[in-house]
Design a binder for this molecule. Structure first.
Ligand code: FAD
Length: 405
């Protein structure tokens, strides 16, 4: 189907949807006096993690308009309630959920995916194997810096699909990746001894930008050469995000009266944390603790700059780094959003074939953000699309449940 339809719409798609955000701004003549307006219209690139020169226009439009139509959404009870609701739904339908259950390989028999191996135990699939672990975890990566990453598929099975996301020519091992890993961040999680209401914090996101010219801000950031164990200054950062999860959660005041919880984050280079690769989570040594303390001070400075009223109320703080993402999200270079949202991810049949729910491996399907775009809702929609691809009956049932239950 894709093969038939795509060539018809490809020129229009490349021209409109897959033009970069920067291209569209240039077409609208957003330079000179209008430069700052272009910067203001594109400040939320941090939501999908790819700056205007690289990001496709349609992704930016999707993210921007989802705020426009009624603002944003936040689950009552916080993000844990998403997992609780999904798990309850799976159990109700007779499924099983395992936690702390890393899959080490997808079993292939006669070229077909038939199950997975988890902690040495082989689990056979009844209908199909669906990987929600991300493209790089499933098929591997040609990125030499993505240390310790091993594909779930044997290399000879994974290579043809992986090759679709690499530049043509050369051998499969040395061809550059056309779709790299997305941005990495450092996060500061903050607990306060006063409520959002008392502090006057509203349910909204703040992106504080260094400059309206995001490319210039990144050019400055990219040429930063930090000493080991050092951190940049706040003015070196291209963007800082600040938000209060407690202010967005309607159940928070009754669950945690008189308290608030905030997150502050900023983009970083994964290589700044390379020296602690291979160390164990929660036991990475004193140097790492010292660097985390420097990051905590830096991001607290950002918090106090925007909400000075929080000063004196911070009773808890903890820092997470790209290494934390590698541990908790099984990322390879600390990337927050899976594959990067670059134009080359969406502009060719090769890329679309690689990031399709039905993989080139019989019996194996993909789902999650890498076959759609970043976002909780889009990842869920990807789940519905994959389920429909595996079984049209399941897809129909899902749609009926959505409409009537
Ligand atoms: C800090 C942060 C803030 C965000 N904020 C928002 C937001 O406000 N709104 C929004 O819509 N989206 C947000 N996102 C994006 C959103 O969380 C993701 O797009 C979404 O969770 C992707 O879902 P997924 O299931 O595709 O991937 P993931 O949520 O990454 O799930 C993949 C899972 O697979 C597991 N896994 C990988 N390999 C294996 C293996 N071998 N065996 C077993 N398990 C494995 C990983 O541990 C991981 O749990 C945010 C992301 C981050 C990192």
């Amino acid at each position: 189907m894709l093969r038939l339809v795509f060539p018809l719409f490809a020129p229009l798609w490349r021209q409109l949807g897959c033009a970069s955000v920067a291209d569209v701004l240039a077409r609208c003549d957003m330079k000179g006096e209008l430069r700052d307006m272009g910067g203001a219209l594109t400040y939320l690139y941090g939501d999908y993690g790819s700056r205007p020169q690289r990001a496709p226009w349609f992704v930016h439009a999707l993210v921007s308009t989802h705020y426009y139509f009624g603002g944003a959404f936040f689950p009552t009870g916080g993000s844990a309630s998403i997992a609780k609701t999904l798990v309850a739904g799976i159990l109700r339908r007779g499924g099983k959920v395992f936690v702390r259950a890393p899959v080490s390989e997808i079993t292939i028999e006669n070229g077909r995916a038939v199950g997975v191996v988890c902690r040495g135990v082989e689990l056979r699939a009844k209908v199909a194997v669906i990987s929600a672990a991300g493209f790089r975890n499933t098929f591997g990566t040609a990125d030499k810096d993505a240390k310790g990453q091993r594909a779930l598929l044997p290399d000879e099975v994974a290579a043809p699909t992986r090759g679709l996301l690499q530049s043509p020519g050369g051998t499969t091992t040395d061809k550059p990746e056309r779709v790299p890993a997305s941005m990495a961040f450092v996060y500061l999680f903050v607990g306060l001894d006063a409520s959002d209401e008392e502090l006057g914090i509203k349910a909204r996101n703040v992106w504080s930008m260094r400059d309206f010219d995001h490319e210039a801000a990144f050019a400055h950031f990219n040429q930063l050469d930090l000493n080991p164990c050092d951190v940049p200054s706040i003015d070196d950062l291209p963007a800082v995000f600040l938000g209060s999860a407690s202010a967005k959660d309607s159940s928070w005041p009754s669950r945690h009266p008189g308290k608030a919880a905030m997150t502050v984050l900023c983009p970083v280079k994964a290589e700044w944390f390379e020296r602690w690769e291979g160390t164990k989570i929660k036991n990475r040594g004193d140097e790492y603790k010292d660097v985390k303390a420097l990051w905590a001070s830096l991001l607290l400075e950002a918090l106090y700059k925007h909400w000075p009223q929080t000063k004196g109320h911070v009773v808890y703080s903890d820092v997470a780094t790209p290494l934390s993402n590698d541990f908790y999200l099984a990322s390879s270079k600390g990337e927050a959003y899976g594959l990067d949202h670059v134009t080359t991810r969406f502009d060719s049949m090769r890329a679309m074939r690689a990031l399709h729910p039905q993989t080139l491996v019989p019996g194996l399907f993909m789902t999650g953000q890498d076959i759609a775009v970043v976002g909780v809702v889009t990842a869920m929609v990807a789940g519905a699309i994959t389920a429909t691809r595996v079984s049209y009956r399941a897809g129909l049932r899902f749609m009926l449940e959505m409409m009537f239950v």
